[in-house]
Design a protein around this ligand. Structure first.
Ligand SMILES: *[C@@H]1O[C@H](CO)[C@@H](O)[C@H](O)[C@H]1NC(C)=O
Ligand SMILES: *[C@@H]1O[C@H](CO)[C@@H](O)[C@H](O)[C@H]1NC(C)=O
Ligand SMILES: *[C@@H]1O[C@H](CO)[C@@H](O)[C@H](O)[C@H]1NC(C)=O
Ligand SMILES: *[C@@H]1O[C@H](CO)[C@@H](O)[C@H](O)[C@H]1NC(C)=O
Length: 440
């Protein structure tokens, strides 16, 4: 065993050699390799190492350990520059000193913890309390409480379960203990404010992050001791989200650029976007902004339809928000189906279709006259004069597309030329007397 470069004890083949500086203070257990060090002093603080060679010539196995030795707090004293003070004129400085290592200081003004403000400064790592321009209300008894990890009057605060984060609404148990005779009475502080809770153990429903501490009071000695504060991080459990803030106005249209926004209340650690359960990756069309708060489509197409999920998580909860994308598009590929020629006296039935979301509205016209407003047009008892061009125009109210048609206004429509044949004319059909037209 060694401390830094100093050898403490060596055992070779059962012979134990102890550094004279450690004589009577160390015992080596050759079976377990453990070292016992007694009568610790602050100077024993340091890095310890052990090296074990199973058999001469073999490679050594090494181990390291850090030892911190603290000196208990003693000799606490307050000194002041002045105790005879004039209101509004004087500044008073109280200095607290003590022996011991790694000291922490707390100040009390008639048992209330003093916190820094415009007039009150706490400096030198807490050891000095300065009250600038004293007021009559500052009069009272001031206590300096000094502690370190091993001071015997230390108040210990234990939290269970112990965790890095607590979910909102989870129950956490705090227990406080202190060496005290008679038994100490306990008060609890949240962010420095005294809570109504008393008792050595309290269970609290976690609502917000904060610094928790407990104070032990001895009714005989009239002394207070406060634990080190423990910081508790509470994470909101109810993350809620929305995919687009302006849902009431949000209508996805093909060819436009669209943002889906995933907002949530509470502490968020990660966001993940998925479509039909598969994680979305950035692509030519998809860009993420603000750590995935915004999913941006550069140029929306009908292929982007689907169920989008934004998964928001923090260490205590996760939640998904869904948005179903229905891209509006069209009308495209307007087509008329029906006969090219019909017999006089029979029924003409034409039907029009278009690729469109939402479903297109159809208007039939012939020679500038509107014939109907449905995807089908039917006319009984056809006359010779019914021959001609039938136009179907499809309109999408959302994409407003038919209004952007070509100069004739027919680009989103379809035209069919129909010839009506009389019986006599049918007879002459073989002579090629019929004309058929089809325009698009
Ligand atoms: C208090 O301060 C004022 C203004 O600086 C001064 O006039 C007065 O003499 C001081 N009083 C005492 C008692 O020091
Ligand atoms: C001391 O306590 C009194 C009473 O609560 C208060 O008015 C005064 O401001 C306190 N002074 C300091 C320095 O904390
Ligand atoms: C707890 O106290 C520390 C040190 O004063 C401070 O930095 C931190 O913000 C506090 N935490 C909360 C949740 O108030
Ligand atoms: C989408 O969000 C990004 C980043 O916040 C912004 O730059 C862009 O203008 C937004 N686009 C639309 C269509 O709202």
């Amino acid at each position: 065993w060694n401390k830094g470069t100093t050898n403490i004890v060596t055992s070779v083949a059962g012979d134990i050699l102890i550094n004279p500086n450690y004589k009577d203070r160390v015992t080596l257990n050759v079976l377990t390799g453990s070292l016992e060090l007694r009568n610790l002093a602050v100077s024993d603080t340091g890095e310890y190492g052990v090296s074990i060679t199973p058999t001469a010539g073999d490679a050594s196995i090494t181990g390291q350990a850090t030892l911190n030795v603290y000196e208990p707090v003693t000799n606490v004293r307050i000194t002041t520059n002045n105790t005879d003070l004039v209101e509004f004129n004087d500044t008073v400085r109280l200095s607290c000193s003590a022996s011991g290592s790694s000291l922490s200081f707390l100040w009390f003004n008639d048992s209330v913890e003093v916190t820094a403000s415009d007039r009150v400064r706490i400096t030198d790592g807490g050891a000095t309390l300065t009250i600038v321009t004293v007021l009559r209300y500052d009069q009272g008894s001031y206590t300096c409480e000094v502690s370190n990890l091993v001071s015997s009057n230390r108040v210990r605060l234990t939290i269970s379960p112990s965790a890095e984060y607590y979910g909102e609404g989870s129950v956490v148990s705090f227990s406080c203990s202190a060496d005290s005779r008679p038994e100490a009475q306990f008060r609890w502080f949240i962010n420095g404010e005294m809570s109504s809770s008393t008792g050595a153990q309290i269970n609290l429903v976690m609502e917000q992050s904060g610094n928790y501490s407990c104070r032990a009071f001895n009714s005989k000695t009239l002394r207070y001791t406060t634990s080190q504060p423990e910081e508790i991080s509470v994470l909101s459990k109810n993350i809620s989200g929305s995919t687009n803030k302006k849902t009431y106005r949000f209508i996805p249209v093909e060819g436009t650029s669209v943002n889906l926004t995933c907002d949530a209340s509470g502490s968020i650690f990660t966001r993940k976007w998925m479509i039909s359960g598969v994680e979305l990756k950035p692509s030519e069309n998809i860009v993420f902004h603000e750590e995935k708060r915004v999913l941006s489509f550069r140029n929306l197409t009908r292929k982007d339809d689907g169920r989008y999920t934004c998964r928001i998580s923090n260490p205590v909860s996760s939640q998904s928000v869904n948005y179903t994308m229905n891209v509006n598009y069209g009308p495209d590929s307007v087509q008329i189906s029906g006969p090219m020629e019909v017999q006089e006296g029979s029924t003409l039935k034409l039907s029009c279709s278009a690729e469109s979301v939402p479903t297109a509205k159809y208007t039939w016209t012939k020679d500038g006259t509107t014939l109907g407003q449905s995807h089908e047009y039917t006319k009984d008892n056809i006359k010779f004069s019914d021959g001609g061009e039938y136009i179907c125009q499809a309109t999408n109210d959302i994409t407003m597309k038919s209004s952007e048609a070509s100069p004739t206004g027919l680009s989103t429509g379809a035209v069919i030329g129909i010839t009506v044949a009389s019986l006599a004319a049918v007879a002459g059909a073989a002579t090629g007397a019929f004309y058929m037209f089809k325009h698009k």
